[in-house]
Design a binder for this molecule. Structure first.
Ligand SMILES: C[S@@+](CC[C@H](N)C(=O)[O-])C[C@H]1O[C@@H](n2cnc3c(N)ncnc32)[C@H](O)[C@@H]1O
Length: 209
């Protein structure tokens, strides 16, 4: 918790929140991947201090591959020390790779069965949100699941405090989310037990070219 607050004070633009996500939100975000069998390729984007990572690590079995992409060096060090290092000593036969890089540049290849994304999209320019979400959908196998979350009412709450350009930015991000949900069988699930309450959004991977 303290590591998260420290980083949020240093870089709220990328952190997007002052608290890490709650265990309730983590359970909802990882529910389908926890229920899936067989070797899985899993990608987590923006793990922070790892509230979702903890749940993902618990499900990993021999043959699974797990990639994490995190932009902050401090969070990468924290993840390695607290979660990934201890996981590797258990020798489960699952492969875990931490990419300390922005998702826009991370060297990822192949497709993933599950992508769990914790990025604060409402802080980013719409063009960046679009290019990141496009990249994630390209990395998702057909029928696979991309889960991301957004704080409930965040755009309505922010709107009075931003200038007209800011409001237009939030409107475009909202429209982009709606269009992706229509195109990729999107579902939203409300999670009250998070500060602030949040929607988990799930998109399904489409046919690959
Ligand atoms: C809202 S926090 C979520 C952290 C954690 N998943 C949680 O739910 O508590 C956003 C995270 O995304 C990371 N991040 C922001 N922009 C990123 C980018 N372009 N590529 C990778 N990680 C990024 C931040 O450093 C931070 O860890």
């Amino acid at each position: 918790m303290l590591a998260f607050v420290r980083q949020a004070l240093k870089d709220i633009h990328h952190t997007g929140s002052v608290w890490p996500s709650s265990p309730q939100l983590a359970k909802v975000m990882t529910r389908n991947l926890r229920a899936a069998h067989g070797p899985r390729r899993v990608l987590e984007v923006g793990p922070g201090t790892g509230p979702f990572t903890k749940h993902i690590l618990k499900t990993l079995r021999k043959g699974d591959e797990f990639h994490l992409v995190e932009i902050s060096n401090e969070f990468c060090e924290h993840l390695e020390r607290e979660l990934l290092g201890p996981f590797r000593t258990r020798r489960t036969g699952a492969d875990v790779h931490l990419h300390c890089a922005p998702i826009e540049k991370a060297p990822l290849t192949g497709v993933f069965d599950f992508i769990v994304c914790g990025l604060p999209f409402n802080n980013f320019p719409p063009t960046l949100v679009r290019s990141i979400l496009n990249r994630l959908m390209t990395l998702l196998r057909e029928g696979g699941e991309l889960a991301y979350f957004e704080y409930a009412g965040v755009r309505a709450m922010k709107a009075p405090f931003v200038n007209p350009n800011g409001r237009e930015r939030l409107r475009r991000i909202d429209a982009l989310g709606k269009s992706l949900r229509r195109k990729h069988s999107g579902r939203r699930e409300f999670v009250l037990g998070n500060l602030p309450p949040a929607f988990a959004v799930r998109l399904t991977g489409g046919k690959r070219a």
